[in-house]
Design a protein around this ligand. Structure first.
Ligand code: MN
Length: 444
């Protein structure tokens, strides 16, 4: 029996050879979006791009070369924008149409090499190839203009580990398994991966001190998180039902919610995080479309007790492997590679993105395109899977011993924190989330 390759098939390889190199993680099936400036171009205008192998396909150039002419004008115009917001406003059918066309343009289709089509196929490959920029010659920018940033607390393991530090007898607060906890963060201080992070000043109280001090934080930390980029919002007053929640989601990136623990602990009672978080949050340059993540879905962790009906889940988790690495100044001076501090998986979260969206809008609050909903620190249940130093060092009580003899309780000036993420399944191409990097600069 012959198997028919339907129009919906996402199988196949690319004629861009590096796309088929599994170690790079940018296969034909991923096609993540970014905003970039080509460092070799004369004008430094930001363009949208799509990652393929070791290249970025420049959507502005592609649109202007006429390769997107089969798409509606609104999508072609959105592809010429410097950030994703106009494309997000076009909606899910437009995202699918663009993704399908890009897939077809980049797919190595042996049937198109036949005599009467050969020249046309060669021509379109020439146009597409002329619109590609090597990734090493790109400077990345924020892929979306973010109006609102909400940070959740969706890892029950993180919530339990943090709870143990402050309330050993009852680590998990009684509301945790019922209500997705979050706070409204600061969108203006979201920066793209690679932006240096200045150690912030703040008010905190040293143990035993009679009064607080104002000084550079002594407890600078990272938080390993995943950012959900909202594709389409909802009118004010109209909640998004959980059954429709995922259709409002465009894609995912990596996010580092830098946190000054001493400032945070002193200021957070009773209203929650404020200046201990808002000095900077780093975002990885790539947005992985939800469509690309379809083959890497996995059943949700069971909820006991079952959530209230408006949060009764209809979707699934995402099998996304995450890793935190650290590189210190001394390690770099000795040409030592970054060392791994922890590994965890997004599928360990207690609350799904659909539940976060349904809860966020359940009071009528309106999401807008480009909003970021972040997961909160993604930690696992086992040692080696804690997504921040507060957990790993038990609030500084148990320093990390690095291979070169250095120790860390919290981050020091010159430390670079690197997040990586990838989806992998037997028989499927590996999809990378790229990296989210940030190096600590001394306080001014
Ligand atoms: Mn956080």
């Amino acid at each position: 029996m012959t198997s028919l390759v339907t129009e919906d098939s996402w199988e196949g390889k690319s004629w861009v050879e590096s796309a088929n190199d599994a170690t790079l993680g940018f296969p034909l099936q991923s096609l993540p979006y970014c905003s970039f400036v080509s460092t070799s171009a004369l004008d430094a205008t930001a363009h949208l791009g799509v990652g393929i192998g070791s290249f970025i396909l420049d959507l502005y150039e592609l649109a202007h070369a006429g390769a997107l002419n089969s798409l509606p004008a609104a999508i072609r115009a959105a592809c010429s924008a410097p950030q994703l917001n106009p494309l997000l406003r076009c909606g899910p059918p437009a995202w699918s149409a663009l993704r399908r066309l890009l897939f077809d343009l980049l797919k190595d289709d042996p049937t198109s090499d036949q005599r009467d089509e050969g020249n046309a196929a060669a021509d379109h490959r020439r146009i597409v190839a002329a619109s590609m920029v090597p990734m090493v010659r790109a400077r990345f920018l924020r892929p979306v203009a973010v109006a609102n940033y909400t940070d959740f607390y969706a890892s029950i393991h993180h919530a339990t580990n943090i709870g143990k530090l402050f309330r050993p007898d009852a680590p998990l607060l009684p509301n945790y398994q019922w209500v997705p906890i979050g706070y409204h963060g600061r969108a203006s201080s979201l920066v793209v991966s690679g932006t240096e992070i200045r150690r912030p000043h703040g008010q905190f109280k040293l143990p035993g001190a009679p009064t607080p001090t104002f000084a550079p934080t002594l407890q600078l930390d990272y938080e390993l998180e995943v950012a959900a980029i909202i594709g389409t919002g909802n009118p004010l007053g109209t909640p998004i039902p959980i059954s429709e929640a995922e259709s409002h989601l465009f894609g995912l990136s990596l996010l580092n919610d830098w946190s000054a623990r001493d400032i945070q602990v002193w200021e957070a009672q009773p209203l929650g995080p404020f200046l201990g978080k808002s000095f900077a949050t780093s975002l990885s340059p790539w947005v992985i479309p939800m469509d690309a993540l379809r083959p890497y879905r996995t059943p949700l962790a069971p909820h006991d007790p079952a959530p209230l009906p408006y949060l009764a889940e209809t979707s699934s988790a995402i099998d996304l492997s995450l890793e935190v690495l650290l590189s210190t100044t001394r390690m770099r001076e000795a040409s030592l590679p970054p060392i791994s501090l922890s590994k965890s998986n997004l599928s360990d979260l207690h609350w799904s993105f659909a539940q976060m969206i349904a809860h966020h809008t359940s009071n009528g609050c309106n999401l807008v395109e480009g909003d970021i909903l972040a997961t909160g620190t993604v930690s696992g249940a086992i040692p080696g899977s804690q997504g921040c130093l507060l957990e790993i060092t038990q609030r500084g009580q148990h320093p990390i011993h690095l291979p070169n003899g250095e120790t860390r309780t919290f981050l020091e000036d010159g430390d670079e924190v690197i997040f990586r993420g990838h989806c992998a399944r037997p028989g499927l191409p590996t999809i990378t989330f790229g990296e989210c990097r940030g190096t600590i600069l001394p306080a001014i």
